[in-house]
Design a protein around this ligand. Structure first.
Ligand SMILES: Cc1ncc(COP(=O)(O)O)c(C=O)c1O
Length: 289
């Protein structure tokens, strides 16, 4: 499979990553994942904007413009030719020798970019039946707003939930629900939708941006307020969101049914609206060509 390696598109086997790349040694890097629908990179601008915000937060200067990065991603997408896929791209701070914690002089280090594309499809059957989750203490760091490649905290949480037989972890910090291991988390109570506000405790999701717009049009009240695990257990509906999984109902947490223990009506309404808006964007993109 072809991949992007800095400005070149090469076979994956041709990529050489230095052992002293700071991404490899420290997890010193950032990433993004964009869903490709029928060849269209959905919400690309928002993903690129977030990459730049993450870069600024880790004090890394990206050695290309958004336009240049976009062109490279499109070149790769055309080359690989997968119509329904996800594109993963990451930028590490680059190679600095010897290995030292302090940041190298930005003039002496070249950030390393890579991107690859893998097939992806809508997880329809899971979206129809929902998934089961377990509460896990959120022991991640206090920069969860940065889309960092250091994902050990998230991975450990997911593993803890999966070891107990659940599909996903619902993270809880100081009694309040933050998000899921790789998604934002939402609950519905008395027809009102709730999610944790943006800030340093959650990732500002791109699917979340779209859902804010959709619920406005659907006339659903949204409150970006934190809620406790007890409030979540007493909720009528729960779902998680991400660019790849879209809207995924959570029907049970710690073996307690949420609402009726099946995907709720507002969840289904929001999922339908999400799929429609994706289809409209894909159509508009096709009409432009
Ligand atoms: C921790 C975390 N929260 C939320 C999300 C959802 O973000 P997005 O909607 O941009 O995919 C992700 C996606 O990877 C994530 O890793």
């Amino acid at each position: 499979m072809k991949v992007l390696w800095n400005e070149k598109i090469v076979e994956e086997s041709e990529v050489k990553i230095d052992l002293e790349d700071r991404g490899y040694q420290f997890g010193d890097g950032i990433y993004e994942v964009i869903r490709i629908y029928d060849g269209y990179l959905y919400m690309e601008k928002e993903h690129l904007d977030r990459l730049w915000v993450s870069a600024e937060k880790i004090r890394m200067t990206l050695p290309f413009t958004k336009e240049e990065l976009s062109q490279r991603l499109h070149r790769l997408a055309n080359e690989v030719g997968l119509e329904n896929a996800r594109i993963y791209f990451q930028v590490t701070r680059g190679t600095a020798k010897p290995r030292l914690h302090n940041f190298p002089d930005p003039k002496e280090v070249q950030p390393v970019l890579m991107a690859d594309i893998q097939p992806a499809s809508r997880p329809s059957s899971k979206q129809n039946i929902g998934i089961r989750a377990g509460f896990v203490e959120d022991k991640r760091w206090l920069h969860c707003d940065i889309k960092s490649i250091s994902l050990l905290g998230n991975i450990l949480a997911l593993d803890e939930a999966q070891q107990k037989g659940y599909d996903e972890a619902v993270l809880v910090r100081d009694g309040y629900v933050t998000e899921a291991s790789a998604s934002n988390l939402w609950m519905v109570k008395d027809e009102v939708l709730y999610t944790h506000p943006d800030g340093n405790l959650v990732l500002p999701g791109i699917a979340k941006i779209k859902i804010r717009e959709l619920v406005k049009t659907l006339g659903i009240e949204l409150r970006e307020e934190r809620f406790t695990k007890e409030e979540l257990l007493a909720a009528d509906e729960c779902f998680k969101t991400s660019s790849v999984a879209e809207i995924m109902p959570i029907i049970e947490i710690d073996d307690h049914k949420i609402g009726e223990g099946m995907p709720g009506s507002l969840t289904k309404k929001i999922l339908t609206a999400y799929i429609e808006t994706v289809n409209l964007s894909v159509q508009a993109h096709r009409d432009e060509k």
